[in-house]
Write a protein that binds this ligand. Structure first.
Ligand SMILES: [Zn+2]
Ligand SMILES: [Zn+2]
Ligand SMILES: [Zn+2]
Length: 474
């Protein structure tokens, strides 16, 4: 194989029907650009050329390539007489069979550069799960094709009403499900977004197919309609005009008086709705959502609002794509987001006041340090920590361990300071033991938490000596 040559596979829809012009095109390509044809070895190919006669075949071949991890990133060139827009996200270049060799090479050569660039990328980290592996592939696809963005396409069969064709093929999921992977990458700051739409989803099944309709506020019946209504002043009776009607006359069904003059005897309140089921009347119907997928009924304010975005690679995403692994969301970030940290100076002020109070009244509060270093290393090596699921689980553990009266600040990138007010040191230690147990329950990994506690009511001359005790200086 000549040095710097590129392996090219050509897949024909109909090998027996290749025009002499096309045959010549590929022979010249072989000679001029040091390409090696690998008809049978798709796996070792670096560029794939599709020679399609029908749209159907072209679509099927593209879907197969882009849903296969081994071929997903490869530059794909399409030879087809009538390419349309819906191919554009899946191919890297195309030419019509009738175009000149020069036109063809102009379209084809960028794929050679692309293949060379891809060959320089390092292997994807071995720790990756199937999903993270695919996420790195997606980031790399975007890295190697700088103009590429993931656009949402309207799709009625998608759970969220939109689909991202390339991501959908890669993750190989039901249309719409790929959205949560993309949002996860966005939350990890690997993708940046432009808002395109907001969709209302059913809170039970997260589907967009919701029917909004008005019902009776008393019995929830759908059988409501506006009817001309009469209010008899004399006896205050209110009912439908049909009930008053007796031939040409209007007669009150309650007091049997004849109604003669509108504005004097009676009036017709506007916009009165009647329920056929319970016969009540009202002016404001109730708006209710009916999920056409799961059948649940719920008020509009319960719908989940999801953002539909256009995605492009962020600076951090570029780095992750180059390095071949996804950064995990730091545990510290989750702590901060979930528990609300005080600025260091503010925390020190609380601590100073609390120390004086405890010393004076021999009242117990506990100051503690918690190091996240081991927890971080253990979780990182055992689990996929950049997922939304991990963040949710970890947040739930934090909320069930700590109380809203506990105060937090960070003293380094891995170390947290916690003030447990009105809590003895033993009780604070129990909280850490509970954290340990809950982490085990949630993630099935044993983590030796590194923490230290100091009782602020203890025999300390001043806060500094309590501080030294906490930091193991004495
Ligand atoms: Zn009703
Ligand atoms: Zn009356
Ligand atoms: Zn539903």
């Amino acid at each position: 194989m000549p040095e710097n040559s590129i392996n090219v596979s050509i897949l024909f829809e109909n090998k027996n029907n290749v025009s002499p012009g096309l045959q010549e095109r590929f022979q010249r390509l072989l000679k001029d650009y040091k390409t090696t044809l690998e008809h049978s070895h798709l796996d070792s190919s670096e560029i794939i050329i599709l020679v399609a006669e029908s749209r159907r075949w072209a679509v099927r071949a593209l879907h197969q390539l882009r849903s296969n991890q081994r071929h997903f990133l490869k530059p794909v060139f399409l030879n087809f007489a009538t390419p349309t827009d819906d191919f554009s996200a899946l191919i890297d270049g195309f030419a019509r069979p009738a175009e000149s060799y020069q036109e063809f090479t102009t379209a084809f050569l960028p794929l050679v550069d692309l293949a060379r660039e891809l060959s320089r990328l390092s292997n994807i980290s071995e720790h990756s799960t199937d999903v993270t592996f695919k996420e790195v592939l997606l980031l790399r696809f975007m890295l190697s094709r700088p103009a590429f963005q993931l656009f949402p396409e309207r799709k009625i069969s998608s759970s969220i009403g939109y689909s991202y064709p390339l991501a959908n093929l890669l993750f190989n999921v039901n249309a719409g499900t790929e959205h949560s992977f993309l949002e996860e990458l966005r939350e990890a700051n690997l993708l940046s977004v432009t808002l395109v739409d907001k969709v209302n989803l059913c809170p039970y099944c997260k589907h967009v197919q919701i029917n909004f309709r008005e019902v009776c506020p008393h019995c929830n019946s759908l059988k409501i309609r506006e009817e001309t209504t009469i209010h008899h002043f004399r006896c205050a009776y209110v009912s439908k005009e049909t009930e008053y009607r007796q031939g040409h006359d209007l007669v009150c069904p309650k007091c049997a008086k004849v109604l003669r003059h509108i504005g004097v005897d009676y009036d017709k309140p506007s916009e009165v709705l009647w329920c056929e089921a319970c016969n009540s009347n009202f002016s404001e119907p109730l708006l209710r959502c009916f999920c056409l997928n799961s059948g649940h009924i719920f008020p509009p304010e319960d719908t989940l609002l999801a953002e539909i975005n256009e995605y492009k690679l962020s600076q951090e995403g570029r780095r992750a794509a180059q390095e071949g692994y996804l950064p995990s969301m730091g545990l510290m970030d989750i702590f901060k987001k979930q528990l609300g940290f005080y600025k260091n100076e503010v925390f020190q002020e609380f601590l100073r006041v609390e120390f004086l109070r405890c010393q004076r009244y021999k009242y117990s509060s506990t100051i503690a340090t918690l190091s996240l270093l081991t927890a971080h290393q253990v979780l990182e090596s055992e689990l996929t920590t950049h997922t939304r699921q991990f963040r949710e689980d970890f947040s739930a553990v934090l909320h069930s361990t700590f109380r809203s009266t506990d105060l937090f600040t960070d003293i380094s990138s891995e170390k947290i300071l916690i003030l447990f007010s009105n809590t003895r040191a033993e009780a604070a230690q129990i909280a850490f033991e509970r954290l340990h147990d809950e982490l085990y329950q949630a993630f099935q990994v044993k983590i030796d938490l590194e923490y230290k506690t100091v009782d602020l009511a203890g025999a300390y001359e001043n806060l500094e000596s309590a501080w030294e005790q906490l930091n193991g200086i004495v």
